[in-house]
Design a protein. Sequence first.
Length: 401
Amino acid sequence: MPGTERLYYRDSFLREFEARVLRVEPGEAGRCGVVLDRTAFYPTSGGQPHDLGALGDLAVEDVQENEAGEVVHVVARAPAAATVRGVIDWPRRFDHMQQHTGQHLLSAAFVRLFNWPTASFHLGRDLCTIDLETGSLGPRQLQQAEELANQVIFEDRPVHVRFVPPGGELEKEGLRRSPARQGELRLIEIEEFDRCACGGTHVARTGQIGLVLLRGTEKLRGQARVEFVCGGRALAAARADYQHLQDAARLLTTGPAELPAVLRKQQEERRAADKARAQLLERLAELEAGVLLEEAETVGGRCLLVKVFEDAAADYLRLLAARLVQEPNVQLLLAAKSPAAAVVFAQSPGGPADMNALLRETVGALGGKGGGSRDFAQGALPNANRLEEALEAARRRLQES
């Protein structure tokens, strides 16, 4: 194969190696790019991130492939010797091997069960994803694919690596997908389950994957994205999930198995409480509206009400305003200091003022925002201490109009 000899092609379990330095190139931010005659470091490619590790006493910070097919190792400075000893960050490498081989299993499972090819794969720091060529994906289908992939893991099938020379009869190989590159191909075969051209690092037997655990799905441009984790990540995710369940159960003084029933009951109780609260607020608004109308001043034949509440929720202000403007010839400027500096300007339908323009101008001059219709507008100020100032400015505008 052209370029750097890639030792991981034949042995993904190789952790240390020796190589000759062919060239050192200047890199960004004072870094160097080291090209070796051979390497066990995997460069970022095909959805799989690069390896980390060391060349001698130099930490390998990045690994990339250049246009000549050479593997470039990014380090802080040039190696002092003509030969170096490379050491792979093994926990990171083995994690990537578990995730990538698990992806092969999962992609093959979706093809076998539903004939849905994988359009792309991404191996992230925390989660992995595959994008499937289907616009519909249900919970039962996810479960079937997960069960099939894990069944093959539990059977501990061998994972073979083979090389097919250029011009080989690929149609006889039964590949899951057509290869994107020409020339000699590296095939990854999960015995009697999947065969695919791939340059990534993989485990030697499916049992080393440990487990495939699906984490979620989303629709994406006519495709379905599936989130998953394998091996050590699956163990960590399951442990974290259980801890979250334990914490939630402890807060609700119940057991993890009873959480759904307890939460359903709490939701029902909350809906009932919200309904009762809404009814009480309506009754309160009805009573308070009558009191406020008696206190309102009369300006030019209109009833003008200006009021700043020390403590009133924005939804109550809206409810109260809606009740007040049911009366004819009413204009009102309401505000509440807490819990938020809320403002409502409103008038009886068809009134003479543009309450939306008035609110925008008033709160905008004080750094606030808001808007609405000609008869009903709402907003907020960043500082509750300026509510009286805002309402007084709006009052003067109404009195002048």
